[in-house]
Design a protein around this ligand. Structure first.
Ligand code: C5J
Length: 220
């Protein structure tokens, strides 16, 4: 077993049953001109998560531990996009509209791709998901069961939406979940801070969080 100095207390994991899950590190969220910006967000906040996520990817690849990437997107005919999602609010462009990185949040378009520093390599799993949580309408459960995963290390964006939703779903399914603090970001720094606290509260009700350096030290 390996032990990470974490919050609210030490996180133990077996290196034979750990996997990294990188949530939605896509151009549509992180770069100007994508889904995130159409909603009125300052996307520069999310760029802080790129380099720490790259460091985590490097570590997992070096160790030969499994890596799973997710991408939030929709089919070109929008058949998997509930009108309630597309019609909500008054974004500058809606899901499926043409934007500077292709159609907003549509599978296969440049905006839906993962940013170059976090691009998946051969052998890594890539899951396209229509929802915020990565278990809904995907085969993530099956992949994790095939891998024999018990502990999930989380990175990605945004902290309080797709990362937290997926972490809660995973926690309910019995996975031990650790979120790496520098490898996740929100458009709203106060939401990131609150989410880290929510996860750690009540004896780690959703899981654990730790600094990247603590995870690196434990894994070395
Ligand atoms: C959002 C996500 N924020 N990946 N998606 O709509 O967090």
């Amino acid at each position: 077993m390996m032990t990470v100095e974490a919050n609210p207390f030490a996180f133990h994991f077996d290196p034979t049953s750990v996997a990294l899950i990188v949530i939605d590190m896509q151009c549509d969220f992180i770069n100007p001109g994508g889904f995130g910006e159409t909603l009125g967000n300052d996307v520069s906040h999310l760029q802080r998560a790129v380099s720490p996520t790259k460091d985590l990817l490097t570590l997992f690849r070096h160790k030969g531990w499994p890596v799973i990437h997710t991408r939030e997107n929709h089919l070109p005919d929008l058949s998997d996009c509930p009108p309630a999602k597309r019609d909500r609010g008054s974004p500058s462009l809606r899901i499926g509209d043409d934007g500077p990185m292709g159609r907003i949040l549509i599978r296969g378009e440049p905006g839906a791709k993962i940013v170059p520093d976090c691009t998946p390599i051969e052998g890594e799993h890539v899951i396209d998901k229509p929802g915020k949580g990565a278990f809904y309408a995907t085969n993530l459960d099956k992949i994790l069961s095939k891998l024999g995963t018990k502990s999930l290390v989380f990175a990605g964006v945004t902290t309080e939406v797709c990362v937290q939703s997926t972490m809660r779903e995973a926690n309910d399914r019995g996975f031990e979940c650790l979120l790496i603090e520098e490898a996740t970001e929100s458009y709203f720094p106060e939401f990131k801070a609150a989410t880290l606290k929510m996860i750690q509260a009540q004896g780690g009700i959703v899981g654990w969080t730790s600094a990247l350096a603590n995870f690196q030290a434990a894994a070395s």
